[in-house]
Design a binder for this molecule. Structure first.
Ligand code: ADP
Ligand code: MG
Ligand code: ZN
Length: 498
């Protein structure tokens, strides 16, 4: 992981602009499918998203819903009135010569997101969340300059794109990464974005400046464009902040510019001097009606907001008495949290908090271990929440030992859903914890008879030989005995024979 540049004389200021593709079925302003990944080039296009003259865009209301929902989750306020604007620039993958975006009246403003950094909950301001359209893609081909050409694929052109702009509130590359991770978790929880950074569904432009400690005005920033991994964001910011600090120390000035991150070399390079808003000649999109967002609309969307990760984590800590660490791990993904709660609800043996704690351990270690080794995520788990609950109840009731439980879990996991349930496997294979008192008593007697020295040591005051003797009984009974019962029996016999 990248090391945050430390500097006694300068502090770092970071603000992120994150672009997130929405998961709507159709594009932002036409009826083409937005699910373009894997489709042959230029098959998800129509005159609207290809920018033919004379066509009329129509607003995708579901994309507006998703943006309002995101804004609410990020504690933003939603104005009663919003509009779309044209951002004019030329690029081969922008067939219209402009992008429909939002300029001065975005769909939302002034929210925040909380990240845990340096053991503190820090509020990072959200400047705005607005809605725009994605551009197409162009692929550069050809080695020699005489053979170079570009391929244009317009499948992505017009896919709904949300832009989430933070305030310059972050103070370190690590904090920026945590913000980005938290934002991704929230977007995936809301179901508005796939979270697939590797596919470009979530991309980050990172702005960074440095200033001498104590200076109130911000330093000149540079912007690092289009990174699609958390690691890239953190490493690029660390490099860039250090580059700026070195430059200032050497008496140079920082120029506002756009830079690119070269992953293989671990450096940022200048791409172009920064353009300013007036370069884009923004003006209101004349082909779209302004948006009036009634309070009823906002409330309808608010009613659909799911419980968010922070709230869920806190509830798990409170209701189930879980450690912050376990609660955090279980709520990192919504399907995992749902699965976990289903297990807890389905178990019946024991008091709620005890069941919840056991379920947390089994989900996070045993089940997750199996899932990871199979490269599966929880949605594809061959063990249902009901199956795991059944297994945990068998253990809680003393029917089988924890060790046997792990073996049964593995069997269910390998054979998959629809095969025998844990209870059926236990019955079929005659797996049971040895609780037959006479059989166990015979095993204890045998172990004591075979280990006279340990027994004598015990009576001579070396109480740690007790553990050894219990271990011998467990071995003799091949782990089928309940350790607590064995302990009682061995201690009892030793006491009686003293
Ligand atoms: P621009 O018009 O250049 O895009 P904005 O003011 O809209 O700049 O800000 C874009 C992003 O850059 C925001 O996320 C903001 O928090 C961040 N930002 C602005 N000024 C600075 C600065 N001096 N240092 C670091 N980040 C900054
Ligand atoms: Mg910018
Ligand atoms: Zn189209």
């Amino acid at each position: 992981m990248a090391i945050a540049p430390t500097s006694v004389d300068y502090e770092i200021v970071i603000g992120l602009e994150v672009h997130a593709q929405l998961l709507t079925a159709s594009k932002m302003f036409c009826r083409c499918s937005a699910d373009y990944a894997g489709a042959p080039p230029n098959t998800h296009c129509c005159p609207v998203c290809m920018g033919y003259p004379g066509v009329l865009p129509v607003i995708n209301a579901l994309a507006v819903d998703d943006t309002i929902m995101t804004a609410l989750a990020l504690n933003c306020s939603i104005p009663e009135f919003s509009k779309f604007d044209r951002k004019n620039y030329f690029y081969p993958d922008l067939p219209k010569g402009y992008q429909i975006s939002q300029y001065d009246i975005p769909l939302s403003r002034d929210g925040y997101l909380t990240v845990r950094y340096l053991d503190q909950d820090r509020r990072i301001g959200i400047h705005r969340v607005h809605l725009e359209e994605d551009t197409g893609r162009h692929l550069d081909r050809g080695e020699a300059s005489s053979e170079r050409y570009s391929l244009i694929d317009l499948n992505r052109a017009g896919v709904p794109l949300m832009e989430i702009v933070s305030e310059p509130d972050m103070s370190a590359p690590e904090e920026a990464r945590l913000y980005m991770e938290k934002l991704r978790t929230i977007l995936v929880y809301l179901g508005v974005n796939s979270g697939k950074m590797e596919d470009g569904a979530l991309r980050c432009d990172a702005n960074v400046s440095v200033r001498p400690h104590g200076q109130t005005e911000l330093g000149v920033k540079t912007e690092i464009k289009n990174m699609n991994s958390f690691r890239a964001v953190e490493r690029a910011l660390a490099f860039e902040a250090q580059r700026q600090i070195n430059a200032l120390r050497a008496g140079e000035v920082i120029h506002q510019e756009t830079r690119g991150w070269i992953e293989e070399r671990g450096i940022t390079v200048s791409q172009r001097t920064k353009e300013f808003a007036h370069d884009y000649r923004y003006f209101p999109e004349p082909d779209l009606p302004p948006l009036t967002i009634s309070r009823e609309w906002v409330e309808r969307v608010r009613a659909r907001l799911p419980e968010l990760p922070d709230a869920k984590r806190q509830r798990f800590e409170r209701e189930y008495d879980l450690s912050t660490q376990d609660a955090e791990a279980l709520t990192a993904e919504r399907p995992l949290a749902t699965y976990y709660e289903a297990v807890v609800t389905a178990t019946t043996s024991g008091e709620l908090r005890a069941r919840a704690k056991t379920a947390a351990n089994w989900v996070l270690s045993e089940l997750k271990g199996l899932l990871n080794s199979g490269g599966l995520d929880i949605a594809a788990s061959p063990v249902s929440s009901g199956g795991l609950a059944e297994l945990l109840d068998l253990i809680a009731q003393g029917e089988i030992s924890g060790k046997q439980g792990k073996e049964v879990l593995e069997q269910v996991f390998i054979n998959g859903q629809g095969s025998a349930s844990p209870a059926a496997i236990v019955a079929r294979e005659g797996i049971s914890q040895l609780s037959d008192a006479s059989e166990l008593a015979r095993a204890v007697d045998l172990v004591l008879a075979q280990n006279p020295k340990a027994v004598a040591d015990y009576h001579a005051g070396k109480s740690n030989t007790l553990g050894f003797l219990i271990g011998q009984v467990m071995r003799l009974t091949k782990g089928r005995a309940r350790p607590d019962v064995v302990n009682e029996l061995v201690s009892g016999k030793l006491g009686a024979s003293s």
